[in-house]
Design a binder for this molecule. Structure first.
Ligand code: BG6
Length: 475
């Protein structure tokens, strides 16, 4: 039976908004994460309820310093190289390149920063995998244009994408347009910089913004292929299938319906047209997309090369009001408890078999190579009396997921690579905590922003090193 291909891209994934910090350095403008505090207000803001687009000095914004990857990238990349990384997924901060988003010319300091990062990766033969927008919109575009609800954003995004494609065309081959593009429906400020007023028809605004992101993605794919035909440009889905709670066809349909909410985006990005079920949903929910005559052509001509996705958990749904009372809170995707599965400390179901199901489902649906660009366990690591972090729970989670990847390969699924989330501890996107750690490398920093920022290897560091060295054989 075949295993992972010899050029399989093992590595890790981080993002500018959760790792870089240095939020005002090098000419950078403000972006979404710079307005996300910790604490009670965070959830409301992530959902688009925000009073002011200026940071409030009474609040703590964990992204402002994050783990200061901006100044530590050499040290961090050396550690990734020591683990044997073949790839590092990272994002470019839009506001480092175009501080206001609508600037005529890019910011050279920002361009230079990423050039240095890519050169550092090249020293160790680590392939960069670049997300163009990871929960990232320059705040000026939110203020002046209403962010992605406005078609102007398509123009600004295309300019940004072309700028970085041209600049890094000989340094970066793998790209992704929008991180977890379906997140726009669940956390609209995080996914698309959307801010709502009380009376807004929110779904109308979200789907219009989605249309604009889909156009922008298609235009970027087309431009990228023109700039360098070798580019591999993907989409990125927050994946994880929805199980029906029972075999009642109503539950089964509900699960399918919920999955289609997410598949809608990828159906457009991978197949180049709006699926029928999405048109029906919009018709029946008073959603009318402002489409220009050229839009169908744009979508058709900008389909992606591969399907990038994150997988953390599966979800479960029911149409029975009694069962629905068990709905768990705290997760971005609503789910009821699955009696067959355990959960993480943050309430995310742990479901390795669901990973295999998801890979097969995506491959059956799109018949394109898959790139697992996020997976991992967010856990509270406590150093023992010797200061070591024995994160066997993380090793266990990852081992079981990699095993399912092997099964998927045997099932005939084509996998490009695996970049687990947060190979070095970074700020949590949903909670803003440092305590929710995913890393093989511990960063000394707490939820209040205190700590030395020193890096230290956890037990999982050498485990993952062996996984890579043995190309997934030694788990
Ligand atoms: C994905 C995002 O939603 O999951 C990442 O693309 C995020 O940005 C990751 O960090 C894990 O979520 P969290 O909330 O535990 O950080």
């Amino acid at each position: 039976m075949k295993g992972f291909s010899s050029d399989f891209l093992w590595g890790g994934a981080i993002a500018a908004n959760q790792a870089e910090g240095a939020y005002l350095e090098g000419g950078k403008g403000l972006t979404i994460v710079d307005l996300l505090p910790t604490g009670k207000k965070r959830w409301d803001i992530m959902n688009g309820n925000i009073d002011s687009l200026v940071p409030d000095h009474n609040e703590f914004y964990p992204g402002h310093e994050a783990i200061d990857f901006y100044h530590h990238y050499k040290e961090d990349i050396a550690l990734f190289a020591e683990m044997g990384f073949k790839a590092l997924r990272l994002s470019i901060s839009w506001a480092r390149i175009f501080p206001n988003g609508d600037d005529e010319t890019p910011n050279e300091d920002g361009l230079k920063f990423y050039e240095d990062v890519f050169d550092e990766l090249a020293k160790y033969n680590i392939e960069p995998v670049v997300t163009i927008a990871h929960f990232d919109v320059p705040v000026n575009l939110i203020e002046k244009y209403g962010s992605w609800r406005n078609r102007e954003l398509v123009v600004f995004f295309e300019r940004y994408a072309k700028t970085i494609f041209n600049r890094y065309k000989n340094k970066v081959k793998y790209w992704m347009t929008f991180n977890e593009i379906n997140m726009l429906l669940h956390l609209p400020f995080v996914g698309a910089g959307l801010v709502f007023k009380e009376a807004d028809h929110k779904n109308q605004i979200k789907y219009q913004a989605a249309h604009h992101q889909l156009l922008a993605s298609a235009l970027a794919v087309k431009a990228g292929h023109e700039i360098n035909p070798e580019f591999q440009i993907g989409c990125m889905l927050a994946a994880g299938m929805t199980y029906p709670y029972t075999a009642n066809p109503d539950d089964v349909w509900d699960g399918m319906d919920k999955d289609r909410e997410s598949f809608f985006f990828i159906d457009v990005q991978a197949r180049g047209a709006y699926p029928g079920y999405a048109k029906r949903y919009m018709n029946e929910n008073d959603i009318e997309i402002d489409m220009h005559p050229e839009d169908e052509e744009i979508l058709k001509n900008g389909t992606v090369d591969y399907i990038g996705f994150s997988y953390y958990a599966s979800r479960t749904t029911s149409t029975d009001p009694e069962v629905l009372k068990q709905q768990t809170s705290g997760n971005v995707f609503a789910s009821i408890e699955n009696p067959y599965l355990k959960k993480s400390e943050w309430g995310w179901t742990i479901d390795p078999k669901g990973f295999r199901i998801t890979m097969n489902q995506l491959h059956d649906r799109y018949q394109k190579p898959l790139f697992i660009v996020e997976n991992g366990l967010g856990a509270h690591d406590v150093p023992n009396e010797n200061g070591e972090i024995q994160d066997d729970y993380r090793i266990d989670y990852l081992r079981k997921h990699v095993e399912q990847m092997k099964e998927a390969v045997k099932d005939g699924v084509e996998l490009i690579g695996y970049t687990s989330w947060g190979p070095i501890d970074i700020v949590s996107a949903s909670t803003g905590e440092m305590k929710k750690r995913y890393g093989y490398i511990y960063v000394d920093k707490d939820n209040e922003g205190l700590g030395t920022l020193n890096r230290k290897k956890k037990k999982s560091f050498s485990w993952y090193q062996n996984v890579i060295k043995s190309n997934g054989e030694d788990l």
